[in-house]
Design a protein around this ligand. Structure first.
Ligand code: DLL
Length: 409
Protein backbone atom coordinates (compact mmCIF):
# COMPACT_ATOMS: atom_id res chain seq x y z
CA UNK A 1 0.00 0.00 0.00
CA UNK A 2 2.79 2.43 0.88
CA UNK A 3 4.61 1.75 -2.33
CA UNK A 4 1.45 2.31 -4.33
CA UNK A 5 0.55 5.39 -2.31
CA UNK A 6 3.92 7.06 -2.96
CA UNK A 7 3.57 6.33 -6.65
CA UNK A 8 -0.01 7.56 -7.05
CA UNK A 9 0.65 10.74 -5.08
CA UNK A 10 3.56 11.66 -7.32
CA UNK A 11 1.52 10.75 -10.40
CA UNK A 12 -1.45 12.92 -9.36
CA UNK A 13 0.84 15.84 -8.50
CA UNK A 14 2.55 15.72 -11.86
CA UNK A 15 -0.46 15.02 -14.06
CA UNK A 16 -3.43 16.86 -12.55
CA UNK A 17 -3.07 20.63 -11.94
CA UNK A 18 -5.83 20.57 -9.30
CA UNK A 19 -3.78 18.23 -7.12
CA UNK A 20 -0.64 20.31 -7.55
CA UNK A 21 -2.56 23.41 -6.45
CA UNK A 22 -4.02 21.59 -3.44
CA UNK A 23 -0.56 20.36 -2.40
CA UNK A 24 0.93 23.85 -2.78
CA UNK A 25 -1.82 25.37 -0.68
CA UNK A 26 -1.23 22.76 2.02
CA UNK A 27 2.52 23.44 1.85
CA UNK A 28 3.48 19.87 0.94
CA UNK A 29 5.15 18.05 -1.94
CA UNK A 30 4.91 14.36 -2.88
CA UNK A 31 8.17 13.79 -0.98
CA UNK A 32 6.32 14.48 2.27
CA UNK A 33 4.18 11.39 1.71
CA UNK A 34 6.31 8.37 2.64
CA UNK A 35 4.11 6.24 4.92
CA UNK A 36 0.43 5.49 5.34
CA UNK A 37 0.37 7.87 8.31
CA UNK A 38 1.46 10.71 6.03
CA UNK A 39 -1.80 10.31 4.12
CA UNK A 40 -3.43 12.62 6.64
CA UNK A 41 -1.35 15.53 5.35
CA UNK A 42 -3.06 15.39 1.95
CA UNK A 43 -6.07 17.68 1.47
CA UNK A 44 -9.40 15.98 0.75
CA UNK A 45 -10.87 15.72 -2.72
CA UNK A 46 -14.54 16.64 -2.72
CA UNK A 47 -17.33 15.87 -5.15
CA UNK A 48 -17.38 19.61 -5.89
CA UNK A 49 -13.75 19.45 -7.12
CA UNK A 50 -14.80 16.78 -9.61
CA UNK A 51 -17.85 18.77 -10.71
CA UNK A 52 -15.81 21.88 -11.32
CA UNK A 53 -13.25 19.89 -13.28
CA UNK A 54 -15.91 18.44 -15.59
CA UNK A 55 -15.42 17.17 -18.27
CA UNK A 56 -11.66 16.44 -18.40
CA UNK A 57 -10.04 18.45 -15.61
CA UNK A 58 -9.33 15.42 -13.40
CA UNK A 59 -7.91 13.30 -16.19
CA UNK A 60 -4.38 12.13 -15.38
CA UNK A 61 -3.87 9.89 -18.41
CA UNK A 62 -3.82 10.85 -22.08
CA UNK A 63 -7.33 10.94 -23.47
CA UNK A 64 -6.15 8.59 -26.23
CA UNK A 65 -5.39 5.98 -23.54
CA UNK A 66 -8.90 6.18 -22.10
CA UNK A 67 -11.02 3.23 -23.20
CA UNK A 68 -14.23 4.00 -21.37
CA UNK A 69 -15.99 7.07 -20.04
CA UNK A 70 -18.80 7.18 -17.49
CA UNK A 71 -20.60 10.29 -16.32
CA UNK A 72 -22.36 10.23 -12.99
CA UNK A 73 -25.83 11.73 -13.02
CA UNK A 74 -25.61 15.30 -11.83
CA UNK A 75 -28.69 16.11 -9.80
CA UNK A 76 -27.15 19.44 -8.86
CA UNK A 77 -25.14 21.16 -11.56
CA UNK A 78 -22.54 19.34 -13.63
CA UNK A 79 -22.08 15.61 -13.65
CA UNK A 80 -18.67 14.12 -12.88
CA UNK A 81 -16.44 12.12 -15.21
CA UNK A 82 -15.05 8.70 -14.40
CA UNK A 83 -12.61 7.42 -16.98
CA UNK A 84 -10.84 4.08 -17.34
CA UNK A 85 -7.62 3.09 -19.08
CA UNK A 86 -6.92 -0.51 -20.05
CA UNK A 87 -5.22 -1.06 -16.73
CA UNK A 88 -8.18 0.50 -14.83
CA UNK A 89 -10.58 -1.83 -16.63
CA UNK A 90 -8.38 -4.78 -15.67
CA UNK A 91 -8.45 -3.72 -12.01
CA UNK A 92 -12.21 -3.28 -12.19
CA UNK A 93 -12.68 -6.76 -13.64
CA UNK A 94 -10.38 -8.20 -10.99
CA UNK A 95 -12.08 -6.64 -7.96
CA UNK A 96 -15.48 -7.54 -9.38
CA UNK A 97 -14.27 -11.12 -9.85
CA UNK A 98 -13.39 -11.17 -6.14
CA UNK A 99 -16.89 -9.96 -5.39
CA UNK A 100 -18.43 -12.76 -7.38
CA UNK A 101 -16.12 -15.29 -5.74
CA UNK A 102 -17.06 -14.01 -2.31
CA UNK A 103 -20.69 -14.69 -3.16
CA UNK A 104 -19.86 -18.23 -4.27
CA UNK A 105 -19.90 -17.63 -8.03
CA UNK A 106 -17.69 -19.69 -10.29
CA UNK A 107 -17.28 -20.87 -13.86
CA UNK A 108 -20.47 -22.69 -14.79
CA UNK A 109 -22.72 -20.16 -13.07
CA UNK A 110 -25.10 -18.05 -15.13
CA UNK A 111 -25.32 -14.46 -13.97
CA UNK A 112 -28.52 -12.54 -14.55
CA UNK A 113 -27.19 -9.01 -14.64
CA UNK A 114 -30.19 -6.79 -14.00
CA UNK A 115 -28.22 -3.64 -13.19
CA UNK A 116 -28.65 -0.79 -15.63
CA UNK A 117 -26.17 -0.85 -18.51
CA UNK A 118 -25.01 2.53 -19.76
CA UNK A 119 -23.40 5.46 -18.04
CA UNK A 120 -24.34 4.00 -14.65
CA UNK A 121 -21.37 1.84 -13.63
CA UNK A 122 -23.46 -1.04 -12.24
CA UNK A 123 -24.20 -2.90 -15.48
CA UNK A 124 -20.71 -2.92 -16.99
CA UNK A 125 -18.94 -3.48 -13.67
CA UNK A 126 -20.92 -6.64 -13.02
CA UNK A 127 -20.48 -7.63 -16.64
CA UNK A 128 -16.67 -7.40 -16.61
CA UNK A 129 -16.43 -9.27 -13.31
CA UNK A 130 -18.54 -12.16 -14.60
CA UNK A 131 -16.36 -12.48 -17.70
CA UNK A 132 -13.20 -12.35 -15.58
CA UNK A 133 -14.35 -15.20 -13.38
CA UNK A 134 -15.44 -17.25 -16.37
CA UNK A 135 -19.13 -17.28 -15.56
CA UNK A 136 -21.80 -16.89 -18.22
CA UNK A 137 -23.50 -13.50 -18.22
CA UNK A 138 -27.02 -12.67 -19.30
CA UNK A 139 -26.86 -8.88 -19.87
CA UNK A 140 -30.57 -8.29 -19.41
CA UNK A 141 -30.28 -4.89 -17.61
CA UNK A 142 -33.01 -3.48 -15.36
CA UNK A 143 -36.74 -3.56 -16.07
CA UNK A 144 -39.11 -5.80 -18.06
CA UNK A 145 -39.96 -7.82 -15.00
CA UNK A 146 -41.92 -10.63 -16.64
CA UNK A 147 -39.12 -11.16 -19.13
CA UNK A 148 -36.59 -11.26 -16.29
CA UNK A 149 -38.59 -14.05 -14.69
CA UNK A 150 -39.17 -16.09 -17.80
CA UNK A 151 -35.52 -15.89 -18.90
CA UNK A 152 -34.40 -16.78 -15.39
CA UNK A 153 -36.47 -19.94 -15.62
CA UNK A 154 -35.65 -20.83 -19.23
CA UNK A 155 -31.90 -20.25 -19.03
CA UNK A 156 -31.61 -21.49 -15.46
CA UNK A 157 -29.70 -18.44 -14.18
CA UNK A 158 -27.99 -19.10 -10.84
CA UNK A 159 -26.85 -15.63 -9.73
CA UNK A 160 -28.94 -12.48 -9.58
CA UNK A 161 -27.28 -9.05 -9.65
CA UNK A 162 -29.49 -5.96 -9.20
CA UNK A 163 -30.46 -3.30 -6.69
CA UNK A 164 -32.02 -4.67 -3.49
CA UNK A 165 -35.24 -2.76 -4.11
CA UNK A 166 -35.58 -4.36 -7.52
CA UNK A 167 -34.86 -7.79 -6.06
CA UNK A 168 -37.73 -7.36 -3.60
CA UNK A 169 -39.93 -6.07 -6.40
CA UNK A 170 -39.17 -9.12 -8.57
CA UNK A 171 -40.10 -11.47 -5.74
CA UNK A 172 -43.34 -9.68 -4.99
CA UNK A 173 -44.28 -9.35 -8.62
CA UNK A 174 -43.88 -13.07 -9.21
CA UNK A 175 -45.80 -14.01 -6.09
CA UNK A 176 -48.62 -11.52 -6.41
CA UNK A 177 -49.13 -10.97 -10.12
CA UNK A 178 -48.12 -14.38 -11.43
CA UNK A 179 -48.78 -16.60 -8.43
CA UNK A 180 -45.24 -18.01 -8.51
CA UNK A 181 -42.99 -18.65 -5.55
CA UNK A 182 -39.55 -17.91 -6.98
CA UNK A 183 -37.80 -19.55 -4.06
CA UNK A 184 -39.19 -22.86 -5.35
CA UNK A 185 -39.13 -22.18 -9.08
CA UNK A 186 -35.69 -20.73 -9.83
CA UNK A 187 -32.09 -21.82 -9.41
CA UNK A 188 -30.84 -18.53 -7.95
CA UNK A 189 -28.37 -19.30 -5.18
CA UNK A 190 -26.77 -15.89 -4.54
CA UNK A 191 -27.88 -12.32 -5.04
CA UNK A 192 -25.38 -9.47 -5.42
CA UNK A 193 -27.20 -6.38 -4.25
CA UNK A 194 -25.95 -2.82 -3.90
CA UNK A 195 -25.96 0.74 -5.24
CA UNK A 196 -28.34 1.88 -2.50
CA UNK A 197 -28.74 1.53 1.26
CA UNK A 198 -30.86 -1.42 2.47
CA UNK A 199 -31.67 -2.86 5.87
CA UNK A 200 -31.17 -6.28 7.47
CA UNK A 201 -34.95 -6.67 7.46
CA UNK A 202 -35.08 -6.15 3.71
CA UNK A 203 -32.35 -8.76 3.34
CA UNK A 204 -34.49 -11.29 5.20
CA UNK A 205 -37.48 -10.53 3.01
CA UNK A 206 -35.49 -10.80 -0.20
CA UNK A 207 -33.93 -14.09 0.89
CA UNK A 208 -37.33 -15.47 1.73
CA UNK A 209 -38.96 -14.24 -1.47
CA UNK A 210 -36.19 -15.35 -3.82
CA UNK A 211 -34.70 -18.32 -1.98
CA UNK A 212 -31.10 -17.13 -2.28
CA UNK A 213 -28.28 -15.82 -0.10
CA UNK A 214 -28.11 -12.02 -0.36
CA UNK A 215 -24.73 -10.22 -0.40
CA UNK A 216 -24.21 -6.50 0.08
CA UNK A 217 -21.95 -4.89 -2.55
CA UNK A 218 -20.61 -1.37 -2.21
CA UNK A 219 -18.89 0.97 -4.60
CA UNK A 220 -19.05 4.36 -6.26
CA UNK A 221 -18.28 5.72 -9.70
CA UNK A 222 -15.68 8.24 -8.57
CA UNK A 223 -13.53 5.43 -7.18
CA UNK A 224 -14.20 2.49 -9.55
CA UNK A 225 -17.96 1.76 -9.75
CA UNK A 226 -19.14 -1.38 -7.95
CA UNK A 227 -16.07 -3.22 -6.64
CA UNK A 228 -14.88 -1.36 -3.55
CA UNK A 229 -16.16 -3.90 -1.03
CA UNK A 230 -18.30 -6.98 -0.55
CA UNK A 231 -19.72 -9.17 2.18
CA UNK A 232 -18.36 -12.68 2.67
CA UNK A 233 -20.53 -15.55 3.85
CA UNK A 234 -20.21 -14.30 7.46
CA UNK A 235 -22.34 -11.25 6.52
CA UNK A 236 -20.62 -9.21 9.19
CA UNK A 237 -19.33 -6.20 7.29
CA UNK A 238 -17.90 -5.75 3.81
CA UNK A 239 -14.26 -6.58 3.00
CA UNK A 240 -12.61 -3.61 1.29
CA UNK A 241 -10.21 -4.30 -1.55
CA UNK A 242 -7.66 -2.20 0.26
CA UNK A 243 -4.81 -3.15 -2.04
CA UNK A 244 -6.59 -0.89 -4.56
CA UNK A 245 -8.71 1.44 -2.42
CA UNK A 246 -7.27 2.83 0.78
CA UNK A 247 -10.01 3.59 3.34
CA UNK A 248 -10.19 6.08 6.22
CA UNK A 249 -13.08 7.18 8.40
CA UNK A 250 -13.24 10.84 9.39
CA UNK A 251 -15.44 13.04 11.48
CA UNK A 252 -17.28 14.93 8.72
CA UNK A 253 -17.24 18.15 10.77
CA UNK A 254 -13.58 18.34 11.78
CA UNK A 255 -12.00 16.21 9.06
CA UNK A 256 -10.04 14.34 11.77
CA UNK A 257 -9.73 10.56 11.67
CA UNK A 258 -11.91 8.71 14.16
CA UNK A 259 -11.00 5.56 16.10
CA UNK A 260 -11.60 2.05 14.84
CA UNK A 261 -15.30 1.07 14.97
CA UNK A 262 -16.36 4.68 15.39
CA UNK A 263 -18.87 5.91 12.84
CA UNK A 264 -17.98 8.66 10.40
CA UNK A 265 -17.59 9.50 6.73
CA UNK A 266 -15.75 7.07 4.49
CA UNK A 267 -12.81 8.57 2.61
CA UNK A 268 -11.13 6.59 -0.17
CA UNK A 269 -7.84 6.91 -2.05
CA UNK A 270 -7.39 4.98 -5.30
CA UNK A 271 -3.98 3.31 -5.20
CA UNK A 272 -3.60 2.34 -8.86
CA UNK A 273 -6.18 4.28 -10.86
CA UNK A 274 -4.61 5.77 -13.99
CA UNK A 275 -7.34 7.75 -15.75
CA UNK A 276 -9.16 9.50 -12.91
CA UNK A 277 -7.29 8.81 -9.66
CA UNK A 278 -8.68 10.34 -6.46
CA UNK A 279 -6.73 11.21 -3.32
CA UNK A 280 -8.71 11.15 -0.08
CA UNK A 281 -12.08 11.36 -1.80
CA UNK A 282 -14.93 12.19 0.58
CA UNK A 283 -17.63 9.69 -0.32
CA UNK A 284 -20.38 11.28 1.79
CA UNK A 285 -21.21 7.75 3.00
CA UNK A 286 -21.50 6.99 6.69
CA UNK A 287 -20.00 3.79 8.05
CA UNK A 288 -17.21 2.41 10.29
CA UNK A 289 -14.10 0.24 9.88
CA UNK A 290 -13.28 -3.04 11.62
CA UNK A 291 -9.65 -4.11 11.65
CA UNK A 292 -9.90 -7.51 13.34
CA UNK A 293 -9.60 -10.64 11.29
CA UNK A 294 -12.78 -12.15 9.91
CA UNK A 295 -13.56 -15.80 10.53
CA UNK A 296 -13.89 -16.31 6.76
CA UNK A 297 -10.09 -16.12 6.60
CA UNK A 298 -9.80 -12.99 4.47
CA UNK A 299 -7.33 -10.52 5.94
CA UNK A 300 -8.81 -7.49 4.18
CA UNK A 301 -10.35 -5.12 6.72
CA UNK A 302 -14.10 -4.63 6.80
CA UNK A 303 -16.44 -1.67 6.65
CA UNK A 304 -19.90 -1.72 8.19
CA UNK A 305 -22.95 -1.58 5.97
CA UNK A 306 -23.55 1.97 4.75
CA UNK A 307 -26.34 3.74 6.64
CA UNK A 308 -26.87 6.18 3.81
CA UNK A 309 -25.36 9.25 2.27
CA UNK A 310 -24.66 12.22 4.49
CA UNK A 311 -26.95 14.27 2.24
CA UNK A 312 -29.81 11.75 2.56
CA UNK A 313 -29.81 12.12 6.30
CA UNK A 314 -33.05 13.46 7.69
CA UNK A 315 -33.44 15.60 10.75
CA UNK A 316 -36.78 15.78 12.46
CA UNK A 317 -37.13 17.77 15.66
CA UNK A 318 -33.41 17.50 16.23
CA UNK A 319 -33.26 13.74 15.75
CA UNK A 320 -31.00 12.64 12.91
CA UNK A 321 -31.68 9.43 11.03
CA UNK A 322 -31.52 7.79 7.64
CA UNK A 323 -34.48 6.47 5.64
CA UNK A 324 -32.95 3.03 6.16
CA UNK A 325 -33.60 3.29 9.91
CA UNK A 326 -37.29 3.86 9.20
CA UNK A 327 -37.28 0.84 6.90
CA UNK A 328 -35.63 -1.19 9.65
CA UNK A 329 -38.45 -0.20 12.04
CA UNK A 330 -41.42 -0.67 9.78
CA UNK A 331 -40.36 -4.01 8.34
CA UNK A 332 -40.49 -5.45 11.83
CA UNK A 333 -44.26 -5.12 11.69
CA UNK A 334 -46.21 -8.01 10.25
CA UNK A 335 -48.40 -6.87 7.39
CA UNK A 336 -46.27 -3.86 6.41
CA UNK A 337 -44.93 -4.00 2.84
CA UNK A 338 -41.52 -2.63 1.88
CA UNK A 339 -43.16 0.12 -0.17
CA UNK A 340 -43.11 3.38 1.72
CA UNK A 341 -42.52 7.07 1.21
CA UNK A 342 -41.20 9.51 3.78
CA UNK A 343 -41.88 13.21 3.61
CA UNK A 344 -40.98 15.94 6.04
CA UNK A 345 -43.11 19.03 6.43
CA UNK A 346 -41.87 22.16 8.10
CA UNK A 347 -45.07 24.17 8.64
CA UNK A 348 -43.71 26.46 11.36
CA UNK A 349 -40.95 25.59 13.71
CA UNK A 350 -41.84 21.96 14.40
CA UNK A 351 -41.05 19.37 11.74
CA UNK A 352 -43.64 16.74 10.95
CA UNK A 353 -42.73 13.36 9.51
CA UNK A 354 -45.32 11.73 7.28
CA UNK A 355 -44.95 8.12 6.35
CA UNK A 356 -47.10 6.75 3.54
CA UNK A 357 -47.11 3.00 3.61
CA UNK A 358 -48.71 0.22 1.65
CA UNK A 359 -49.93 -2.77 3.64
CA UNK A 360 -48.89 -6.14 2.22
CA UNK A 361 -51.04 -7.39 -0.62
CA UNK A 362 -52.48 -10.24 1.47
CA UNK A 363 -53.53 -7.95 4.28
CA UNK A 364 -54.93 -5.34 1.90
CA UNK A 365 -57.06 -7.95 0.16
CA UNK A 366 -58.13 -9.62 3.38
CA UNK A 367 -59.99 -6.43 4.37
CA UNK A 368 -61.39 -6.01 0.86
CA UNK A 369 -59.31 -2.86 0.32
CA UNK A 370 -60.89 -1.07 3.28
CA UNK A 371 -57.93 0.72 4.86
CA UNK A 372 -59.99 1.90 7.82
CA UNK A 373 -59.91 -1.70 9.04
CA UNK A 374 -56.12 -1.60 9.31
CA UNK A 375 -55.75 0.86 12.15
CA UNK A 376 -53.87 -1.71 14.26
CA UNK A 377 -51.21 -1.92 11.56
CA UNK A 378 -50.85 1.86 11.46
CA UNK A 379 -50.62 1.96 15.25
CA UNK A 380 -47.97 -0.76 15.40
CA UNK A 381 -45.83 0.92 12.73
CA UNK A 382 -46.12 4.21 14.55
CA UNK A 383 -44.93 2.57 17.78
CA UNK A 384 -41.99 0.82 16.13
CA UNK A 385 -40.88 4.00 14.38
CA UNK A 386 -41.19 5.95 17.60
CA UNK A 387 -39.18 3.45 19.58
CA UNK A 388 -36.46 2.72 16.98
CA UNK A 389 -36.09 6.03 15.14
CA UNK A 390 -37.04 8.21 18.09
CA UNK A 391 -39.58 10.41 16.31
CA UNK A 392 -43.30 10.29 15.88
CA UNK A 393 -44.51 9.74 12.34
CA UNK A 394 -47.99 10.31 10.98
CA UNK A 395 -48.80 7.04 9.30
CA UNK A 396 -50.98 7.13 6.24
CA UNK A 397 -51.89 3.75 4.80
CA UNK A 398 -52.36 3.79 1.04
CA UNK A 399 -53.83 1.05 -1.17
CA UNK A 400 -51.44 -1.71 -2.19
CA UNK A 401 -49.71 -0.97 -5.50
CA UNK A 402 -50.16 2.81 -5.51
CA UNK A 403 -46.71 4.12 -4.55
CA UNK A 404 -44.22 4.42 -7.44
CA UNK A 405 -41.77 1.54 -7.96
CA UNK A 406 -38.21 2.08 -9.21
CA UNK A 407 -36.48 -0.43 -11.46
CA UNK A 408 -33.10 1.25 -11.49
CA UNK A 409 -30.98 2.69 -8.75
O1 DLL B 1 -23.90 2.78 -7.22
C1 DLL B 1 -21.90 1.64 -7.90
C2 DLL B 1 -22.56 0.35 -7.59
C3 DLL B 1 -23.31 -0.29 -8.55
C4 DLL B 1 -22.38 -0.24 -6.35
C5 DLL B 1 -23.89 -1.51 -8.28
C6 DLL B 1 -22.95 -1.48 -6.06
C7 DLL B 1 -23.71 -2.11 -7.03
P1 DLL B 1 -22.78 5.47 -7.97
O2 DLL B 1 -23.93 5.52 -8.87
O3 DLL B 1 -21.64 6.41 -8.19
O4 DLL B 1 -22.13 4.04 -8.00
O5 DLL B 1 -23.34 5.67 -6.50
C8 DLL B 1 -22.49 5.53 -5.39
O6 DLL B 1 -24.33 4.78 -3.98
O7 DLL B 1 -21.65 6.68 -2.59
C9 DLL B 1 -23.46 5.20 -1.85
O8 DLL B 1 -24.08 6.37 -1.37
C10 DLL B 1 -24.48 4.39 -2.63
N1 DLL B 1 -24.21 2.96 -2.50
C11 DLL B 1 -23.56 2.15 -3.36
N2 DLL B 1 -23.54 0.87 -2.90
C12 DLL B 1 -24.16 0.89 -1.68
C13 DLL B 1 -24.46 -0.10 -0.69
C14 DLL B 1 -22.77 2.85 -7.67
N3 DLL B 1 -24.12 -1.38 -0.85
C15 DLL B 1 -23.27 5.74 -4.11
N4 DLL B 1 -25.08 0.30 0.44
C16 DLL B 1 -22.42 5.52 -2.89
C17 DLL B 1 -25.43 1.61 0.61
C18 DLL B 1 -24.58 2.22 -1.43
N5 DLL B 1 -25.21 2.56 -0.30
Amino acid sequence: QEERLRKIVKYCYEKVPIYKRKFKRAGITPDDIRTLDDLEKIPFTEKEDLRKAYPYGMLAADLSDVLELHASSGTTGHPTTCAYTKSDLNVWAKVMARIYASAGTRKGDIVQNAYGYGLFTGGLGFHYGALEIGATVLPIAAGETERQLSLAKEYGTTILACTPSYAAYLGRYAREKMGINLAKKLKWKSGLFGAEAWSEELRERIEELLGLEAFDIYGLSEVIGPGVSVECSEHDGLHIHEDYFLPEIIDPKTGERVKERETGELVLTTLTREATPVLRFRTGDTTLLKMDECSCGRTLLRMGRVFGRADDMLKVRGVKFWPKTVEHALLRVNGASENYEISIQRPEELDIMNLRLEPSKELFESVGGDLSKLQTLAKEVEEQVKSIVGVKANIELVPYGTLPRFMGK
